[in-house]
Design a protein around this ligand. Structure first.
Ligand code: BGC
Length: 266
């Protein structure tokens, strides 16, 4: 069995580092042309785009803040202008601004909701309008278009000290399922992935050294994830191999959502 995303165009938001970076790389390796979105870190995004082109693929890096509708429209326009359309959206941009509930500022709350939830709404909406516009014109996949929301295990696991983040990811779950229910009949396929503890910059202080040992107690499978674990799943979800998978969340968490604290307890 071979996964090919040949002739397909993917937009990955927040792709200058971490999961987005790995997803952009994985999608390009599977043959997709990739729009690598970044907000503030141009250099790694440009570097990845150049690397993909050197290896014979197609990629461009485009700046844009996913919480701005104008920026999101610009990202889609760049995909169409440079590569002729859009087939895959990986709505990945996300951030954390952690604080105990009593100390969390309105700004910290709002920023996380703006990027992690409103950003997912704006990018999904813009992608879906583009899918509708090009319906019947692109014979590159069984689906008319594919949207992959990047959620988190914290769409189901409450997270003290991170209420903004957990609320945003809980929101992503119902955003995804409601969109999936609404647009399924148009053969637009909508799913989420929910990564657990993956070693990236967002959680570097928890995934290294002594903190890593503590974290491992929460992971039945016994290792912290790598960004490639997530990218591999995204490539599959973007491909026709998962064509009947719609409106679901794929947890990529080494079993973190199995609540391992309950082993021999409760
Ligand atoms: C967060 C990480 C955290 C992981 C497991 C992710 O969604 O971004 O910081 O380590 O969930 O708690």
């Amino acid at each position: 069995m071979h996964i090919s995303l040949d002739k397909q165009v993917a937009l990955v938001t927040g792709a200058s580092s971490g999961l987005g970076y790995a997803c952009a790389k994985g999608l390009a390796a599977a043959g997709a042309s990739v729009v690598i979105n970044y907000n503030s870190q141009a250099e790694p995004a440009e570097k990845l785009a150049a690397e993909i082109r050197q290896q014979g693929g197609q990629a461009i890096a485009v700046q844009g803040d996913v919480s701005s509708q104008d920026d999101v429209n610009h990202l889609i326009a760049q995909a169409v202008e440079n590569f002729g359309g859009l087939d895959i959206l990986v709505a990945n941009s996300g951030l954390q601004k952690d604080a105990p509930i009593g100390e969390m500022t309105l700004q910290e709350w709002q920023k996380v909701i703006d990027v992690n939830l409103t950003g997912q709404f704006l990018t999904a909406q813009a992608a879906l309008l583009q899918f509708r516009k090009q319906k019947g014109q692109r014979q590159v996949s069984r689906a008319t278009g594919k949207i992959i929301h990047v959620s988190s295990v914290h769409q189901v696991i409450p997270w003290a000290g991170h209420v903004n983040y957990a609320a945003s990811k809980g929101g992503v779950d119902l955003l995804m399922r409601s969109i999936a229910q609404e647009v399924g009949e148009e053969q637009i396929r909508v799913n989420s992935i929910a990564p657990g503890a993956i070693a990236t910059a967002i959680n570097a202080e928890n995934t290294e050294g002594d903190a890593a040992k503590k974290l491992l107690e929460l992971i039945p499978y016994g290792r912290i994830g790598a960004a490639e674990d997530v990218a591999n799943a995204v490539v599959w979800l973007a491909s026709d191999l998962s064509d009947y998978v719609h409106g679901t969340t794929l947890f990529i968490d080494g079993g973190m959502t199995l609540y391992p604290e309950f082993r021999g307890n409760g």
